[in-house]
Design a protein around this ligand. Structure first.
Ligand SMILES: [Zn+2]
Ligand SMILES: [Zn+2]
Length: 412
């Protein structure tokens, strides 16, 4: 298969893919990969295969194609292609919750010689790096990376990137419990979809609706949460977007749990859990198990809760997510307290405080914890976060954590 035919076939695959005939598109692209001798074409088709497998949640295949793409980029001896393929490798690892690897490949990307395309992809590299830091609960670095990504998006008028960063920021603020910001950023993403998104994939709309649902649920607006989650799920089902389906199921389960309807919550956690397991989203599994454990606690079935916690703790340690570990220790603590088991109780108290130390989740001004209950937060330009009220009441001119001098409120 020569250059022209390769190009035609890639195009044919794209049309099939866009009209939701995913399997047919994959067949066409796989054939190009087998038959084409055109290196450029092979590189492009590998990119299509990476994206398609990412959207379907087939992350191991995604990783496989990303690795082959790097070899192809090397043969092409082109810096832009090499950068693009390393970004795909970073993203595949991000999806598989291999966060340390993601960060290291992102650093490889940033260290490659600067090119024109490099400036555009830089924002996406920063986003992926931020997501990985968030996965490890390294909050300050996550925020720093998101801010960088947002700056790239603004400088390049890249609304699609901005939309994705806003969704990640929503997830960031949901985790550190500033629910107002957790809602603000995905709303901003939804606004971008409305203003610019006519030609975009519906995926962006679904993504922003999902993050809004999570924030509404945390704020206790369960009706709005349900509406957004249903909208997101509808699109996810139409597009065979398994990863988003799993997240929506998890969100539905959390909404029902918040309503006290455990009967409805349990099967949704189970369904979320089985898709998360199938696609390899271990962090999602941790979240589902945490929800299940909370349901068992509400039913006073403490041993069943401890079973779920133990499974979740193993997974959380595997992926290195400190915040989940912290939450799980906190829940264990309350269980052992009500069981009156002092030795186990103390062990979890110790581990809980270690996690607080490691996540640095406390305000450098008042010394109290961040992320324990909903409160308004503000980041400084150094990306350290504080209670908004503490910053407003404070007269100092430099960040109490790192002594950087500007006290101007940060971008995000
Ligand atoms: Zn404070
Ligand atoms: Zn600082």
């Amino acid at each position: 298969m020569g250059q022209d035919q390769t190009k035609q076939q890639i195009e044919k695959g794209l049309q099939l893919y866009q009209s939701n005939q995913t399997e047919k598109a994959l067949q066409v692209w796989t054939k190009v990969l087998e038959k084409s001798s055109d290196l450029m074409g092979r590189f492009r088709v590998l990119g299509c295969l990476v994206t398609a497998h990412s959207e379907m949640g087939r992350y191991k295949e995604m990783l496989k194609f990303a690795v082959v793409q790097i070899d192809t980029a090397r043969e092409l001896e082109d810096a832009d292609f090499l950068l693009e393929s390393y970004l795909n490798l970073a993203r595949s690892n991000e999806k598989l919750c291999e966060f340390h690897k993601t960060i290291s490949y992102c650093k490889t990307c940033l260290g490659l010689p600067g090119t024109r395309a490099g400036a555009q992809l830089g924002g996406q590299v920063s986003l992926s790096m931020g997501n990985a830091f968030l996965g490890l609960s390294v909050f300050q670095k996550a925020l720093e990376s998101f801010e960088k990504a947002l700056r790239y998006a603004h400088n390049n008028d890249d609304a699609m990137l901005e939309c994705r960063v806003c969704c990640s920021l929503g997830s960031f603020y949901a985790q550190v419990k500033d629910y107002e910001k957790a809602l603000f950023f995905p709303c901003k993403a939804a606004e971008l979809v409305n203003n610019y998104g006519k030609g975009w994939s519906l995926k962006y709309r679904a993504m922003s609706q999902y993050h809004m649902a999570v924030a509404y649920r945390l704020l206790g607006h369960l009706g709005s949460a349900m509406e957004c989650c249903e909208e997101s799920m509808k699109i996810a089902l139409q597009h065979g977007d398994r990863p988003l389906q799993a997240l929506c199921l998890l969100c539905f389960a959390d909404i029902h749990r918040s309503r006290g309807d455990l009967e409805t919550a349990f099967p949704r956690y189970d369904s979320a859990m089985s898709i998360m397991t199938e696609i390899g989203n271990r962090l999602g599994q941790v979240q589902a198990l945490l929800g299940v454990a909370k349901c068992w606690v509400a039913r006073k079935a403490l041993d069943k809760a401890l079973d779920a916690i133990e499974r979740a703790q193993d997974l959380a340690e595997e992926v290195g997510n400190k915040l989940s570990q912290l939450k799980l220790h906190c829940l264990s603590e309350s269980i052992y307290r009500s069981k009156g088991l002092q030795r186990e109780l103390r062990a979890h108290v110790v581990r809980f405080h270690e996690c607080v130390e490691e996540t640095e989740l406390y305000c450098g001004l008042c010394g109290e914890s961040i992320g324990e209950k909903n409160s308004r937060l503000q980041a400084l330009p150094c990306s350290h976060i504080f209670h908004l009220r503490c910053l407003q009441n404070n007269g100092t001119r430099s960040c109490p954590n790192c002594r950087r001098s500007s006290m101007k409120p940060g971008f995000v």
